[in-house]
Structure formats: structure tokens, C-alpha cells
Design a protein around this ligand. Structure first.
Ligand code: ADP
Ligand code: MG
Length: 328
């Protein structure tokens, strides 16, 4: 119970894109190598996420949908040593409270389970054949919380937020094949073959990908890896900067600034690079338990990491001036 109290409760699900983010992160936590995301009506009619991960055993279904039930931390020590993306055990419970949810899952690819939830309660559970992995379908989001619906932006904007989060997760996981479709139309498909530059080409275009330089650096606490644009390629918005910490997309102002510092005076005024930066850190240095949606992260040794990132960018841009561009 103490553990439960240590986990701050909060609103996890603000909009369709939150559903997509939580379900995809769960799939990644379940070691999926292939993840399909399908949305209808900007995710308000339906979000379906299918993975080829571990699956959930029949007797674990209730637990998975229970608030504060997580298979990912067993004790208070684990709470400060979090390697997986999820750990609060809030997402599925929160989603099931504000939508109609159906799950089809199997741990062995033969016998599996189908179950439904509505308004936070289970409506049925039965045996069902299924491929190994999990498919969770979320329908009629916010059907019982009309106030939430009022806060949403236009369908177009909500869809863009879904595209944005899937793109960023894809960039953070070139080793996972991710597909996003909307109304049956493919908006993103990554190969999962581990080639970050190819994924950048997929998402931002081939021209952009060819103008990126590789950054790679480490110290005893952190490794930094990614692609950053040459100064000529800058954009007038910060939105093209993606920073991933231990595989999770994060927002961190200090690190974004450190990245910009690496450009020195090469970027004029209100210009920002296109960048994908994956940071690996000892989970003990990361306090993810700050914000319910976990995008805001507190870091020990943030100054050291900032310096590492800045110099990695500076070095890469210098090397990029000398070397011919690497090709896809
Ligand atoms: P958390 O991710 O914080 O543990 P969630 O509510 O997101 O909490 O998920 C609850 C639990 O359900 C997870 O701990 C995991 O055991 C199980 N689970 C959820 N999604 C999947 C999935 N796609 N594959 C396998 N297990 C899953
Ligand atoms: Mg989760």
C-alpha cells in the first residue's frame, strides 16, 4: 500500500494520442518487434494497437486493468530503478474507465483470451485463438466524460498529435517495425531493421535524411546517439527535435538547449535543427516519477549530460563539414 501511495495518481489520458502512446509503450515493454496502430476518426471512434510481444495470461487480465497494478515494479527499490516505459499501472485502468476496450491476447500463439471492459468494469472474458501478442481496441473514447471531449482540438489536430507521437516513438526504436494507419490509409511504416537514417527518411523525407550527421558520444553515465541536421537544414520550430531517454520520448528544456548550444552561432535567431537524439542512462539517474504522462523527466547529472550532448553535436557538425555525406 505504501508503494501505491508513492505513485502519484493523475490523469493519464487527455486525448486520443495519449491512448496511442500508452498502448504502444506497453507493446514495447512487452518486447514487441512489430506494432500496428490503427485509428479511425482521429482515434475517437477507434484506436487499435496490435503487437507480437509476450501477451497476457488469462489469469492476469483483471490485474492488467486494475489501477496501480503493474507487472513492472515489485517493490520500492524498483520504483527508483525503472527500465521499462510504463510502471504506474494506470494506463489500461484509465483507458478502460473512459472508453469501451476489447483485448485479444495470447502468450503462446495458440490459446488466448478475449475480454471486454466498459466504464471501468469487465463485461466478458472468454477463450479465443490468437497470434502471440496482444491487440487492444479502444472504442468511443470519452463516451462517458463529455467534458473531456469539449477540450479536444479539431479532428485534424488530434490526428496530427497521434502521427507526431508515433513518429517520435518510431525514431526512438529503429529496431521495431511500426505501422500507423488512419481510416485504412498507411501514414507511417518503418522497417524495424535498425536503420535510424532510413526512419528519418521515412518521416522527414529523403532530402532531410541525407543532410543529417551522426552524433555518437559517451561518458561513464550516459551514451548519446542520433542524427542531427546540418545548420542549413534548420526549421523555424522546435517540433523537429526528438529526445528519447532510455527509449522514451521526453520533454526536457535543458537538453534541448544543450543540443542548440552545439550549433554555436551556426544557427541564426529563431532557427532550430531537426534532430533525433537517443540517450541511454542508468535508470538510477532518472526520476520519471514526476508527471502522469511521464514526458517530463528529472535527471541527476543533467549538467554533465548537457555538456556531453553539446560537444557531441559540435564534433559531429565539424566532422560533417569535412566528410562527404553518407548515403542511404
Ligand atoms: P504499466 O505499463 O504502468 O505497468 P499499464 O496499465 O499500462 O501499466 O499496463 C498494466 C499491465 O498490463 C502491465 O504491467 C503489463 O503487465 C500488462 N500489459 C499491458 N499491455 C500489454 C501488452 N501489450 N503486452 C503484454 N502485457 C501488457
Ligand atoms: Mg503502461
Amino acid at each position: 500500500e505504501n508503494l501505491t501511495n508513492q505513485i502519484a495518481a493523475g490523469e493519464v489520458i487527455e486525448r486520443p494520442a495519449s491512448v496511442v502512446k500508452e498502448l504502444v509503450e506497453n507493446a514495447i515493454d512487452a518486447q514487441a518487434t512489430r506494432i500496428r496502430v490503427e485509428v479511425k476518426k482521429s482515434g475517437l471512434l477507434e484506436v487499435a494497437v496490435q503487437d507480437n510481444g509476450t501477451g497476457i495470461a488469462p489469469d492476469q487480465i483483471d490485474l492488467a486493468f486494475m489501477r496501480h497494478a503493474t507487472s513492472k515494479i515489485a517493490n520500492e527499490h524498483d520504483l527508483f530503478n525503472i527500465a521499462t516505459l510504463g510502471f504506474r499501472g494506470e494506463a489500461l485502468a484509465s483507458i478502460a474507465a473512459v472508453a469501451h476496450v476489447e483485448i485479444l491476447t495470447s502468450t503462446d500463439g495458440q490459446l488466448g483470451t478475449r475480454a471486454g471492459f466498459a466504464g471501468g468494469a469487465k463485461t466478458f472474458q472468454e477463450d479465443a485463438g490468437s497470434a502471440k501478442g496482444t491487440k487492444i481496441t479502444v472504442r468511443d473514447l470519452f463516451y462517458n466524460t463529455p467534458a473531456r471531449l469539449k477540450y479536444l482540438k479539431s479532428p485534424r489536430t488530434e490526428l496530427m498529435k497521434i502521427v507526431d507521437i508515433v513518429n517520435r516513438i518510431a525514431l526512438g526504436h529503429p529496431e521495431i517495425s511500426l505501422t500507423l494507419t488512419s481510416e485504412g490509409k498507411v501514414l507511417l511504416r518503418t522497417s524495424g531493421n535498425g536503420n535510424l537514417q532510413q526512419d528519418v527518411a521515412n518521416i522527414y523525407g529523403r532530402k532531410v535524411a541525407e543532410q543529417m550527421v551522426k552524433i555518437e558520444s559517451e561518458d561513464p553515465d550516459f551514451t548519446v546517439y542520433g542524427l542531427v541536421s546540418k545548420p542549413e537544414l534548420s526549421r523555424s520550430s522546435r517540433n523537429f527535435i526528438s529526445i528519447l531517454l532510455n527509449g522514451r520520448y521526453i520533454k526536457n528544456y535543458a537538453l534541448a538547449s544543450a543540443l542548440l548550444d552545439g550549433y554555436g552561432t551556426k544557427l541564426s535567431g529563431k532557427k532550430y535543427p531537426i534532430a533525433v537524439v537517443a540517450i541511454e542512462a542508468d535508470p538510477l539517474l532518472v526520476d520519471v516519477n514526476v508527471h502522469p504522462t511521464k514526458e517530463e523527466v528529472r535527471l541527476s547529472k543533467e549538467k554533465e549530460l548537457s555538456r556531453l550532448l553539446t560537444s557531441a553535436v559540435t564534433d559531429a557538425l565539424l566532422a560533417g563539414e569535412e566528410d562527404p555525406l553518407f548515403r542511404l
